[in-house]
Ligand binder design. Structure first.
Ligand code: CO8
Length: 261
């Protein structure tokens, strides 16, 4: 049973959860109650002993058309500042230890683009419509867009996109490395995203969590510190049962049966 109003949570493959943004009348505009539900759902999936990977998607028409403009319109500086407006967004993915695959079709604008950029793996359709159009509303990206998009595409291109508000396609997103892959249709996208999630869910959860952690460190640490951090975590995995299981299975030419320990 789905107890949410603005999202749906399903388990379409073993070990794989799918979270679908479901506010079709507003093209999945990210109102505060939707973000609260998303935070709650991701925290529950993070704690679930059976879920190994998560696919986050919208509809064929819209992943999310941004933060809710009608909700933001009357906000004042003091209210935004004292209520830490948008700060809860950073919880969405920073506390999530399991891989999150964003599957983006249609519009991914403003906060929708930023939400997609928070994922671990971004897949999209070739016709997806990404952009940071905040400048057209007299404001700027507020959920990490100026930082994550710049890391993904470089400064000159990010400046152009953020200062003009022009959209970019899923085909461009793939070419620039924002998206890992672009698919010809929404159906192909969902199949690709679920297949990748299922592949990941077939591995040791201990190793998957460690792999995600060390890759993410590369975004924050200088190279030397990042490589050292990776080596420490690599060393620590010799303490896991699944390292023994995986290497023994290889030597015996068998399929590993993971203990997730
Ligand atoms: N907020 C609120 N309602 C929206 C939004 C939105 N972002 N986007 C669409 N809607 C609503 C429309 O108002 C419309 O509602 P209604 O039928 O009641 O008039 C309904 O969704 C359908 O939209 P359209 O009729 O406009 O559909 P079209 O197919 O003609 O156009 C577009 C689709 C091009 C996506 C168009 O809706 C659009 O330009 N939307 C706004 C896109 C945008 O500017 N997004 C950025 C918002 S700002 C932002 O995200 C700042 C992020 C800061 C950090 C995060 C803060 C939470």
């Amino acid at each position: 049973a789905n107890s949410y109003e603005y999202i749906q949570v399903t388990e379409p493959r073993p070990g794989v959860a799918q979270v679908t943004l479901n506010r079709p009348r507003a093209l999945n505009a990210l109102c505060t109650p939707l973000i609260t539900e998303l935070n709650t759902a991701l925290a529950a999936l993070n704690a679930s002993p059976t879920i190994s990977a998560i696919v986050l998607t919208g509809s064929a028409k819209a992943f999310a058309a941004g933060a809710d403009i009608k909700e933001m319109a009357p906000l004042t500086f003091s209210t935004a500042y004292t209520t830490s407006f948008i700060e809860s967004w950073s919880q969405l993915t920073s506390a999530l230890k399991k891989p999150l695959i964003a599957a983006v079709s249609g519009h991914a604008l403003g906060g929708g683009c930023e939400l997609a950029l928070m994922s671990d793996i971004l897949y999209c359709t070739t016709t997806a419509n990404f952009g940071q159009p905040e400048i057209k509303l007299g404001t700027i990206p507020g959920a990490g867009g100026s930082q994550r998009l710049t890391r993904a595409v470089g400064k000159s291109r990010a400046m152009e996109l953020i200062l003009t508000g022009r959209s970019f396609s899923g085909e461009e997103a793939e070419r620039w490395g924002v998206a890992a892959r672009a698919f010809p249709s929404h159906e192909a996208l969902m199949e690709g995203a679920l297949a990748t999630a299922e592949t990941i869910a077939g591995y040791s959860r201990v190793a998957v969590q460690a792999a995600k952690e060390v890759v993410n460190k590369s975004q924050d640490l200088p190279l030397r510190d990042g490589v050292e951090f990776e080596r420490r975590v690599f060393h620590s995995l010799f303490g896991s049962r699944d390292q023994k299981i995986g290497m023994k299975a290889f030597a015996e030419k068998k399929k590993a049966e993971w203990s997730h320990e």
